[in-house]
Design a binder for this molecule. Sequence first.
Ligand code: C5P
Length: 222
Amino acid sequence: AKVPVLTIDGPGGAGKGTISSLVAERLGWHLLDSGALYRLTAQAAVKHGVALDDEPALATIAAELDVAFPVEEGQPRTLLEGEEVGQTIRTEQAGERASQVAALPLVRAALLQRQRDFCQTPGLVADGRDMGTVVFPDAPLKIFLTASAEERARRRHLQLQEAGVGASLSSLLKEIQARDARDTQRSVAPLKPADDAITLDTTRLSIPEVVDQLTELLAQRG
Ligand code: C5P
């Protein structure tokens, strides 16, 4: 039988990461955080002194990317070349760099099969920008998760405050709008809902409400 895939695409800050991992946990399915692969590709490039516009060199880095996502004592970890990266790939700068390398067709091509390899029984929740359009076009349930840019900036601001990091709401909003623009306007795999995706606007929904809606939709489709 085919392995079921739930794709969750959408702009940064819509809650994809949180929602995807909660849904995967509830279903006991695997999780693909595709954004992490782009973030790690950019991080490996910086580490090895490769310029973020050197497409052939970046494609080689992406193809040879040595990453692992082990779960130890219930804690998910991210290893790049055997070293824990911790939160270093989660900064705004890391996101900005990821978005730069993600605009390069050869980098996307190099990461395609690696992403498909995450599709294993009993199922996969795939989180990203092009999961439903490019990587898993046959997925039986595709979700496009969005929220207003203001709400996404507000959520990010809260997250940073909780982490003890100061940032201004207006500069966060500007960063979010700039990244949206780059992700939706690039020529290869631009951010957009798949034709058969269900769009869910989470601006006024809580996390548990979104998780419930997705589990219900899956049950209807399954
Ligand atoms: O989702 P996350 O914020 O970690 O993604 C970082 C960047 O990686 C995005 O802004 C986007 O440019 C890129 N990305 C992508 N395709 C994906 C996932 C992420 O282009 N499937």
